[in-house]
Design a protein around this ligand. Structure first.
Ligand SMILES: CC(C)(COP(=O)(O)OP(=O)(O)OC[C@H]1O[C@@H](n2cnc3c(N)ncnc32)[C@H](O)[C@@H]1OP(=O)(O)O)[C@@H](O)C(=O)NCCC(=O)NCCS
Length: 283
């Protein structure tokens, strides 16, 4: 059975503001069943929040995939606030509930802005590499745009690229490395699995001047309506408030629309690599 060894338990997010803001910080979760493999998922999701002393509230959700041997468990979500943009579009901080939608957008834009669905046998791999770690590890600097059809875009960012890389080494990659052993193949899936085992790291001189980095992707149905600008400006405001001094990003050289968009918003070209471009903006 589930047991919280310290801290107060709230079963939903309607509790007091104090509970919402983190009366549960420092709570540790014990009493897990050894037979339940899905405990690892819960550790994966809650552990980082506990480790970083982040505000969260607990929901009985997601939890164990086999409730016959392990009762539903608690999952941490950061408190969300909402800015409403027009009648249907909402831009708000990302939450764990957005994971499926964010993974969907990542795949639907994952071929230099075009739909990558046909390229990958495994539909989760792109999201595991380019989206999931931000949703779980960097919710303070990651935002989604949602409409009546669900998540339609995001800007995902890490405020401190080096700290993010360390966090992912400890909390994100290990489980995926066990799930996806190295392959010797050369398919797009194999390439993503290689990135899981050897994720790219930013160069020191880039991080020195531009410590944050971002990814932005919108589904076609919401492009060209100013939402990309709103998302980036929301992120830049957040990074400035957090005293960040610069942000960088990588973009495929065969994605001229995105390159033009970034230039238009003030990003400068920092470096060219084979097939890609590094751009940055001082804050
Ligand atoms: C690139 C992307 C995020 C831009 O978002 P968007 O919502 O379509 O862009 P916006 O409508 O907010 O445009 C913002 C500004 O950039 C300008 N802009 C956008 N695309 C442009 C282009 N190709 N050339 C010149 N200017 C452009 C707009 O005119 C607008 O200018 P304004 O605000 O001064 O009037 C979006 O098109 C997208 O997600 N594309 C597919 C995924 C992708 O390529 N992601 C980047 C991977 S690195």
């Amino acid at each position: 059975m589930e047991r919280i060894t310290s801290g107060k338990v709230k079963s939903d997010c309607q509790g007091s503001a104090q509970a919402r803001r983190g009366a549960l910080i420092g709570a540790t979760i014990a009493g897990r069943s050894d037979s339940c493999q899905s405990n690892t998922l819960v550790d994966h999701l809650i552990g980082p929040h506990l480790a970083m002393g982040r505000p969260f509230c607990l929901l009985p959700a997601l939890a164990c995939l086999d409730h016959r041997i392990c009762p539903p468990r608690l999952v941490a979500i950061p408190p969300a606030t909402a800015d409403t943009l027009g009648a249907v579009d909402t831009i708000r901080p990302v939450t764990l509930h957005d994971l499926p939608g964010v993974y969907g957008v990542c795949l639907a834009t994952g071929d230099s802005g075009r739909d990558a669905t046909g390229r990958y046998r495994n539909r989760d791999l792109l999201g595991h590499v380019f989206a999931g770690p931000y949703v779980v590890g960097q919710p303070e600097t990651s935002f989604v745009v949602a409409d009546a059809q669900g998540v339609a875009g995001y800007v995902l960012a890490a405020e401190d690229t080096r700290a993010f890389e360390s966090w992912a080494e400890e909390h994100w990659w290990p489980l995926l490395r066990r799930q996806y052993p190295q392959t010797g193949g050369d398919t797009p899936d194999d390439h993503m699995i290689r990135l899981i085992h050897a994720p790219p790291t930013a160069n020191d001189h880039i991080v020195a001047g531009y410590p944050a980095h971002l990814h932005i992707d919108l589904l076609e149905r919401v492009r060209g309506r100013g939402l990309g600008r709103v998302l980036v400006e929301r992120l830049l405001r957040t990074l400035r408030d957090r005293r960040s001094t610069g942000v960088h990003l990588g973009v495929a050289a065969d994605n001229p629309n995105a390159i033009a968009f970034y230039r238009h918003l003030g990003f400068m070209e920092l470096e060219r690599e084979p097939g890609s471009l590094l751009m940055g903006l001082r804050l």
